[in-house]
Ligand binder design. Structure first.
Ligand code: DP6
Length: 421
């Protein structure tokens, strides 16, 4: 294998974005292969604000496969990790690094162990699809390390077996996960619709909503839905197939009104299907509902949709504004209704693309105090203003797909020891 005895370590680091579905995946037809009951469509979020970085390494000195997530060792024994590792190892090819004098033959890979370190640039517990970015990054980086010849679409079918939504993080821009027909899952994979430059006026604002409750995991929630909800079959067979076609067209034509209408309706139907589950699943809370009302009232008062909203398996709101001007007004309205705690610092209350805050004319807590109530909210009763319901806001945009990081300084594992830095 190596010409330097047992000392060598080969390493690859990659960065992969997270994604948010605008037509939701909810329900599996095959639990172990992770095959969905309907296709879905997502937008990839800019990795400079939300992403996973993963370093994978291989060395004959490693005794077993090991993984660290955000610095803490985690077990790789779970079926989903094992599926991904098995699928990738079985496709591994010869690797040669002449500079380091390393030669790994295809057949060597089954006896070599890997070390994996992964880091999210956002709080894992915030409920922001960390498993999507995580499994996509694991598969993408291992595929590079082991010199797989598969394209991103084929890799997405492997990432899918880690977590369904992960398959959509193999591409940037807008992405469709085609549910496929085959029972082996080979055609259930992600397809890029348009890249991130196609619709670059869009601005995304995420409200990370405070919640005391531990939410039902997507995996067990959707399993209960498939078993108990009569509505979910209607959704998968009758509603989603039509919406997929309409959504693809709206994205291709940059038709924001149709896009917003479909996104909001589909998010609401997903939560309706959760409520139709026995026992019912509640992912949204009062704060989520207030955000929906704010956007709905504003859209109505404008006559055409300005902002789309969508909620996953938790109370966080993802809002997509039709352009920057709309996004700055949106941020003003949100900061009026959900101001930071008196002792909070504005700099950590609005993160990501901070230029939006500047454009909104808000740079101090006094500026927040001076914001005026959104007129569409004050027709019958004064607008509610509560502190503490939103933990923070993230301003971002549609973003690019996975990339390799070639600078060794960005590696999460030590090049000498293969252990976390
Ligand atoms: C509500 O991909 O987390 O975010 O496949 O069991 O890992 P598993 O579930 P997961 O479910 C995501 C559900 C969703 C909608 C979506 O992303 O399409």
């Amino acid at each position: 294998m190596g010409e330097q005895g047992e000392k060598w370590i080969l390493m690859v680091t990659a960065q992969t974005p997270t994604n948010i579905a605008v037509i939701k995946y909810w329900g599996k037809r095959d639990e172990s292969l992770i095959l969905p009951i309907n296709s879905s469509i997502s937008v990839t979020l800019d990795p400079s604000h939300l992403c996973t970085t993963t370093t994978v390494s291989v060395s004959p000195s490693f005794q077993q496969d090991r993984m660290w997530l955000n610095g803490k060792e985690i077990s790789l024994s779970g079926g989903r990790f094992q599926s991904c590792l098995r699928e990738i190892r079985s496709r591994a090819c010869d690797v040669e690094d002449e500079k380091k004098g390393i030669k790994i033959a295809k057949k060597d890979w089954e006896n070599l162990h890997v070390h994996i370190a992964s880091y999210n640039n956002f709080p894992t517990a915030a409920g922001l699809a960390s498993s999507a970015a995580g499994f996509a990054c694991l598969v993408f980086s291992l595929a590079k390390l082991m010199n797989l010849k598969e394209d991103h679409g084929q890799l997405s079918a492997i990432a899918r077996q880690g977590s369904g939504s992960a398959c959509r993080s193999l591409f940037g821009g807008f992405v469709k996960w085609d549910m496929g027909k085959e029972s082996d899952g080979s055609d259930s994979k992600a397809i890029p619709l348009v890249d991130e430059k196609h619709w670059d006026e869009l601005v995304i604002v995420i409200a990370v909503v405070s919640s005391r409750q531990k939410e039902t995991s997507s995996t067990s929630g959707m399993r209960d839905t498939v078993v108990t909800s009569p509505l979910v079959q209607y959704r998968a067979k009758e509603v989603v197939p039509k919406r997929i076609i309409q959504m693809e067209e709206a994205i291709s034509n940059r038709d924001f009104s149709t896009f917003a209408h479909l996104s909001c309706s589909d998010s609401n139907q997903f939560h309706a299907v959760c409520l139709d589950t026995s026992p019912p699943i509640f992912y949204m809370n009062d704060t989520s509902h207030r955000i929906i009302s704010l956007v709905e009232k504003w859209n109505r008062s404008e006559g055409t949709p300005q902002v789309a909203y969508t909620f996953d398996a938790g109370p966080n709101a993802v809002m997509i504004a039709r352009n920057r001007t709309v996004a700055t007004t949106l941020l003003q309205k949100l900061l009026y209704c959900f101001p930071p705690q008196a002792d909070a610092d504005l700099d950590s209350y609005v993160i990501g693309d901070k230029s939006l805050l500047k454009e909104a004319g808000v740079s101090t807590m006094n500026d927040v105090e001076a914001l005026v109530a959104p007129p569409e909210l004050t027709t019958n009763v004064p607008a509610q203003r509560t502190k503490g319901d939103v933990s923070y806001f993230i301003c971002t945009r549609p973003g690019k797909g996975p990339v390799l990081l070639t600078d060794e300084n960005q590696a999460l594992l030590n090049t000498e020891t293969g252990l976390p830095k």
